[in-house]
Design a protein around this ligand. Sequence first.
Ligand code: GDG
Length: 738
Amino acid sequence: MFAGTIMAKKKFIVVSNRLPISVSKSGGRLVYTPSSGGLATALSKLYKNDSDSLWVGWPGICEEDTTPADRREITRKLRQQGCYPVFLTKRQVREYYDGYSNDTIWPLFHYFQTYVKNENVYWETYQEVNDIFADTVLRFAGQDSIIWVHDYHLMLLPGKLRDRLQNGTIGFFLHIPFPSYEIFRLLPNRTEIIKGLLGADLIGFHIYDYARHFLSSLLRTMGVENSNGIVTIGDRAIKVDAFPIGIDYEKFANARKDKETAEEIKAIKKHYKDKKIILSMDRLDYTKGILGRLRSFEYFLDNNPQYRQKVVLVMVAVPSRVEVDTYQNLKQEIEQRVSRINGKYSTVDWTPISYQFRNLPFPQVSALLTEADVALLTPLRDGMNLVAKEYVATKQNGPGVLILSEMAGAIDEMPEAISVNPNDVNSISDAITEALEMPKDEQMQKIKTMQKRLSQYTVGRWAQDFIEQLKKTKQLQDAQSDKLINKERERKILSALRRSRQRLILLDYDGTITDLVPTHDPVRSKPSEETLSLLRHIAGMRNTVLCVISGRPKDVLDSWFKGIPMILSAEHGAWIKDDNEWSRRDISLNVHRKNIIELLKQYVERTPGSSIEEKDFSIVWHYRNVPPELAQARNSSIEYELKNMLSGSDFAVHRGAKILEVKPKFINKGMIAEEFLAMVEPDFVLCIGDDSTDEDMFEVMPDNAFSIKVGLGESGARFQVLEPKNVLALLEKLTRIR
Ligand code: GDG
C-alpha cells in the first residue's frame, strides 16, 4: 500500500501509545490481532489506510522478544496496514508505560493520589520514549502534515514535535480526565507536562470540566490567561476545547442482526431465562468502582429479599495492566468479594453473580449489551465511559435502564440515565430497585432520547470535528500573524520616514519599550542605558517630535528621561511636559481620594501580593503578584464597589495590564495624541503601545500613520509586533535614517 520510500511525507499522522494492531509471538510465529479499546474503532472512520496516512505506535511486543528479522517483518506487515511501529525495550515499557503512564499519571489524573508513584527513573524514561516517538513521527512529517497525538502516554510529544516543526499542524486529545489544579499541582513535572501539551495547536478533552481544569492549571503554573479557550504562547494561538468522544453508533445499533451475535443472544436468553440481567462491564481497574458496585449489589440483595433468585449480576472484568501490583491486588479482592456474595446467597438453581475475568469476543459483548435489562456502570472517575453509550445504542428493540456514575464524563450527554454517586452504596442499591421497577414505556422513552443524541455525534463525527477545529485554529493563527511586522512592512516605515518633512513619534512606556516587570516599583522598571541612548538619538533627529505617553506619575518620568529633548505625558495625559515645563489638567480626584484608598487598603490586607499606587489624578490597584483566580474574584468586587462610589463623578474605573485604575473619565491617551497631531502637523506618524489604554491612541490615528500594537490579540493598530525587544529593534533602525 505504501508505494513511496520510508521518507515519504504523510498528510495525516495519528500517534498513540498502542497501534490498532497488536503483535505477539506464539509458538515462534508472529501473530497479528486487532487491539482492544475504543481508539482504533474511534478513528477508523476518519483514518484511511492510504499512502497519505500513517498511524505510529507501539505494537505491544517488546524488542527483546523479537529478532532483527522479526522487526523487519513486523514493520513491513504493519506498513501494509497503514501503521508504523515504535519498538520499545522491556525496560522502557516497564518505566514509561507501567511506570510513569500507569503508576503516576493514571492514578493522579483519576484522583487516586495515594496510588501515585513518583520515581525519577519513570520520568526520565517517559521523556526518553516521547523522544523516540518524536524521532519516528518526524521521519514522516512535513510542515504540511496534520499530526494528531493521543492520550496521557504522549503528553510531551506535541512540544517535542513543535521544537522541530515550527509551523506543523499538531492536535492533542486526552482520553482521561484532566484533574483540578489542586490535584495536578502534586505532580513534580507539572510544568514540563503543560509545556509539552502547549506544543499542540488544539488541545481536546472529553468534557468542558477537564478543559477548564487544564486552563486553570495553565494559569496557575505559567501565569498564562485564556480568552474563550484561546491561549497565546509567543506568536501562536492555541485552542483548548471539549470534544465528547462518540461511538460507532451503527455498529452497535445493528449488532443484534449479526449472525454470531444473534447466536449469543439466543444462548443468553436460554441460560438466564426469566432472570433480570444487570450488566457490569469494564476493564479491571480501580477507577471503575467495581468493589463499590459489588458492595452495593450485596446491600441490594440484603435489603430486597423479593429480588433474590430474580436478578443476576453479570460482571465482565477485562484484564488490564496485569503487570502492575495494584491491579493484581484489586483482582484478588474483587474475586474474594464475588465468592463471598455468591457463597452467602447462591441456591441450587441461582448464583447471584456471574463473574468473568477475560476479554470477550465482540459478538458476546454486543449480545450482553443487547440482553441486559440494566447496565450498572459506577466508575469513581472516568474520562468518558464508552460502555454506557454502547449499551444505549444496542437497545434498538427493547427497553433497558442505564445506571451511570455522575463521575463519568458520559453523564453530561446522558442526563436521562439514573445518575448515582459511586461512593453511595444506598443510592446505588435504590437505583437498582428504581431501574427494575421503571415502567417499560418510560424506559423506552429515555433510551430513545439518548439514542437520538448518540446517533448524531458519533465517533466519526467526533474525529472529523476535531480535525476541522484543528484546521480552524491554524487559520486563526494565520489571521493573527497577518498584521505582524515583516521585512516588507519595516521597509515601508523606514522609507516613509526618510521622505517625511515633519515627524511625530508616540510611544507608550511599560510593555512597549520595556518589558513588564512584576512590580510597579520605578527602580525595577527604569529604562536601560541602551533605551535611553536610543531615545536621545531619535529625539535629536531632524524635524522629529518624540513623545512618551505613559500612565506613570510625572516625577517618575521626569527622573527617567531627564535631559532628553522630548515631550512627556504622565498619568495618561493628565500632566504634559513640553519645553521643560509641566502643565496639568483642571481636574481633581481629592474628594474621592480618601474613600478609594480606604476601600483598596481593606482589599490589600486580605489579598497577598496586591498593592496600591497613588498618583495625582489616579489611583491604581496592582495585582500582578496575586494568584490569578483570587485576582479575578477580587477585581470583580473592587470594580463593583468603586463604580458605585464614583457614579456621577468625572472619574471611572479602567482595567489595564494586571491593574485596576481609577482615572479621569475625559482624559485618555487618544485625546492627548489628537492634541499632538494638531500641534505638530506631521506627515509621518509612528505610534506604538501595548494595552487597552493605547487603543485610544490607535483609534485617532490618521490613515497614513504607522500604528503598532505590542503583542497579539484584537487591536485597532495597523501592525503588530510580539514583544518590546522588537520595538527597540525597529527604533534602532529609525536612528539610521537621516
Ligand atoms: C479510556 C478512558 C474513555 C469492554 N469489555 C470488552 C470490550 N470492551 C470495550 C467496550 C468499550 C471499551 O472496551 C472500553 O472503553 P471505556 O470508555 O469504557 O473505558 P477505557 O478502556 O478506560 O477507555 C475512558 C475512553 O478511553 C475513550 O476515550 O471513554 O474514560 O478511560 O468500547 O465495548 N471489548 C471486547 N471485549 C470485552 O470483554 N472486545
